[in-house]
Write a protein that binds this ligand. Sequence first.
Ligand code: ZN
Ligand code: ZN
Length: 413
Amino acid sequence: MVPTKEQLTKYAKLAVTMGVNIQQGQALFINAPIEAREFAHYVVDEAYEAGAENVHVNWSDEVLTRKRYEKEPMHVLENVPDWLVERQVGHVKNGGAVLNIYAPNPDLLEGIDAEKVAKSTKAQSQAMKEYKQYIMNDKIQWSIVSVPTEKWADKIYDHQKNTEEAIEDLWKQIFQIVRVDQNDPIAAWNDHNETLYQIRDYLNDKQYDALEYKSETVDLTVGLPENHLWAGGGAVAENGASFNPNMPTEEVFTAPHRERVNGTVKNTKPLNYNGNLVEDFKLTFKDGQVVDFEARKGEEILKHLLDSDEGSTRLGEIALVPHSSPISQSNLIFFNTLYDENASCHLALGSAYPTNLKGGEKLSEEELKEKGINTSLVHEDFMMGSHDLDVYGVTKGGDREPIIVQGEWAIKE
Ligand code: ZN
Ligand code: ZN
C-alpha cells in the first residue's frame, strides 16, 4: 500500500494535535531524517493549520552521521558546540514544543569503534542535559512518531521483500498500530487513553511495595518507592496542554526504587542502542545495581552503556504492556524502541522520569536519589515481556496480587 495524501494528512494531523497538541502561536521544533521529507511537509502544513508559529525542521542525514564517526577525531566527537545546544535549549525555554520523527537504521554504526560512539554519546547527553530535563519533566509538549525508511524497512523484513514492498507493508503496519486506519483516529486515541488511565489509577491506588516478575527468562523483584506514580497514555505539560509523548503507546509505567531491584532478567527483543544492536543479553541485579551481565551480540556496546555513569547500572523505569498488544500481533520485531517497547513489558536502565514520583518534578537530583528515584545521563528501554510472564504486586502487608498472568492483564477491578 502506497500511502494516500488523505492518509498522510490524517497521520500528520494526529501527530500535531494528539501528539504534541500544538497551541495557538506556539513554536514547534521538528527533528526529522531527510528520508521523511514528504511526511515532514504534511506535518508542517498541519502545524500551521493548527496555529503554530515559528516552525523549524532540523534535518538529519544518516550517511553523514556515519561519515562523522568514521572521519572526525575523538576531540571533535567529544565536544558539542554551544550553538548546537543553545538552539534546542533556547527553543524549549521559550515554551516551544518538540516533535521527533524517529526512524533510525538499526545497524547504522555497526563496525564503528564502540568507544568512539560511547564517548560521543556521553558528551551529547551531558551537553543536552538541560534540554533533556524539559522533556523528562514534561515541561513542554513533546512527541515521537515513526515513518518508514529504506534501511529500517529492509531490516524488519530481513530482505524477504524488496525494499519497495517492505516500505509499503511498514506503512500499513504503522497506520494500523497508530490507529490512522480508523475513521476517527482522534476519538480512537481518546478511548485508548481512557483504558490506560483506568489501569494507571488502579495501580496508583494500590501503592504496591514491590513487583515480582516470573517467567522462563525473568526472576526479578523490583521495589517501588513511597509515593510512586504510574503514568500512561497522555501527559500534561506545564502550560496545561495535554499531549501524547509516544505514538504508539500501550504501556503504563512508573519508577522503580533505585536500590531495591534483585534477581535476573533476559531481554526478549533486541535492543537498538545508538545504531548498534545488543541481542540475547542477561542482567543480574543486586540491591538495585547490575552486578553481572552477558550478551551474545553487542556485549561491548552493553558494557559501554552500563559504564556511562553510576545511574546507568540501575533501573529508571518499569513498564507493563500486555503480550496481546496490537504491536505484538503484527508478529514483527521492529528494531525500533518506540515500537518494540510497546509490544512488550520493558525496563529502562538509567534515569527515571521525575514525574513518576508525587512532586518529583520540583526535586533536585540529590533529593530524587534520597527518595529512591534514579538519575543518569542515559535512559535506555529494553524489552523483557513474554507470553509466559507473570507479574505480581506485593502489598505493604506482604500479600501478592496478580497484575499480569501469562502475559495478559489480570487486574481485578
Ligand atoms: Zn516505556
Ligand atoms: Zn523509557
